[in-house]
Write a protein that binds this ligand. Structure first.
Ligand SMILES: N[C@@H](CCC(=O)N[C@@H](CS)C(=O)NCC(=O)O)C(=O)O
Length: 287
């Protein structure tokens, strides 16, 4: 590996070649839709259009947690958007999220249905709507939102930065891997210190801050992201590991991880979810 290469940026960047790497076929420098297609519509209040990536899983965990409290108004249809195939660039999807990223949600339970995009915004919307998984007291709510926003701002360094260059880029470049490893380890240290005397991320209760952070940093310390467990020495963040295992054992979390998932064991993949019974009868091993 070398710290330098021979690339000199031209005066003006142009999109005239494939940039390689795992997601080269869906990356482009313009927004908007590329094909006309409506989104499917189910019978429940919430229509979720997503894939089982860490950002997608935040929302399916939240919905399953709400349902596990007996809140039947949180019933949802989860439709699979295969981002590798470019489903996020259909006219129907762009209409509900001009940024063409999963997850996106529609709430059809109100007179004028509303679109909600950005996973943090979706978590907050559901938490506020049902008054769950968010502290009621103003100061505690603010602390919860501190961590929710922390996650939204930090995870791109883990995913788009570290994960991209460590696992997906067409070649291994030392400079960005070094740069983002340092930042991700710093973030893990932030979490480890926060969890030293706290069971949960904030306010001594399970909140949308845990639900947002766990699919990224929990998955990382459990060795499920980018095959980077040893490289980042994730086991040394003992408080994060303890917290990650605790959240991992929740039944709603187990279910949430299965929805819209397209990799792993077939019995862990529920491509579409329209009913609680689907976890038993519609996983990929049964289809
Ligand atoms: N900040 C957004 C990020 C969403 C995001 O990056 N989604 C990825 C999958 S995890 C995606 O849809 N990628 C498809 C693409 O970039 O075209 C959120 O949290 O909702």
């Amino acid at each position: 590996m070398s710290k330098s290469n021979n690339y000199m940026p031209p005066k003006k960047w142009t999109w005239d070649k494939e940039n390689g790497g795992k997601f080269a076929n869906i990356n482009r420098p313009i927004s908007g839709y590329t094909s006309e297609k409506d989104l499917p519509l189910g019978k429940h209040s919430f229509q979720l259009y997503s894939q089982g990536t860490p950002n997608g899983v935040k929302v399916t965990i939240m919905l399953e947690e709400l349902l596990s409290l007996g809140i039947t108004e949180a019933e949802y249809d989860a439709w699979l958007i295969r981002i590798g195939n470019g489903d996020q660039f259909t006219s129907g999807f762009v209409e509900i999220n001009p940024n063409s990223k999963i997850p996106s949600l529609i709430d059809n339970s109100i007179e004028k249905p509303i679109r909600v995009f950005e996973s943090g915004s979706i978590l907050l919307y559901l938490a506020d709507k049902f008054n769950q998984f968010i502290p009621k007291q103003f100061e505690k709510r603010t602390e919860c939102l501190n961590w929710l926003f922390w996650q939204m701002a930090s995870a791109p360094y883990l995913g788009g930065g570290f994960g991209h260059f460590y696992a997906y880029a067409p070649e291994k470049f030392e400079y960005p891997i070094d740069r983002f490893s340092m930042e991700v380890k710093r973030q893990l240290d932030v979490l480890d210190k926060q969890l030293l005397n706290n069971n949960y991320i904030c306010c001594n209760e399970y909140t949308i801050a845990d639900i947002a952070i766990w699919p990224w940093y929990g998955a990382l310390v459990l060795g499920r992201l980018y095959g980077a467990g040893e490289f980042l020495d994730v086991k040394s963040y003992k408080n994060v590991v303890r917290w990650a295992l605790m959240i991992d054992s929740r039944e709603a979390v187990k279910r949430g991880r299965m929805v819209n998932r397209i990799n792993g064991e077939l019995d862990s993949q529920l491509h579409e979810r329209h009913d609680a019974k689907d976890f038993i009868s519609k996983t990929q091993d049964k289809i």
